[in-house]
Design a protein around this ligand. Sequence first.
Ligand code: SME
Length: 182
Amino acid sequence: MSSLRNIDQLKKDLESAARAAGSRKQFMEAVARQLHDRMLKYNWVGFYMIEKGSKGQPDMLVLGPFVGSMTPHSRIALNQGICGAAASSGKTIVVHDVKSDPRYLACSADTKSEIVVPIFAKGTVVGELDIDSHFRAAFQQEDIGLVEYCAALVGQFLEKFGARESAEAIKTAAATSSSSKS
Ligand code: SME
């Protein structure tokens, strides 16, 4: 599924999920699940959320809800990986061939391309939506539009439920995520 009509339907379904969800965790799980199951080249879909460093420690990206295989990167520094680059710049990063990007932190040997889109709440980056594909250059213009739309939807949802994520809630969400496709 990748026609624009199907993408429009997916966006509508995610808007409904946002209205129906009772918690941040529930909504983020729904977004990850829908993107993974309905966009066939999206083989790993997950969230990383910023955890504020305490006692002089730096902020970190902490793995949140995801669908796909478990990743070795459950915590990523803001100066590491594609994930760190997207969060620290506040810009979408699309990598068509992960082998050619020295920043790339490997999650699965099958991954060929990746997109990471920052999530803003009240004007601040609070996390990001990360998607890996087993296909080279899987993320084209319509995909970028869709993933940015989803990140914005999650940002609006987080604003409603409080701009700062509770790291504990997010970690619990990560622990309960599961795989069915990758
Ligand atoms: N590839 C990411 C790490 C996260 S995994 O893909 C799930 C990066 O380079 O930051």
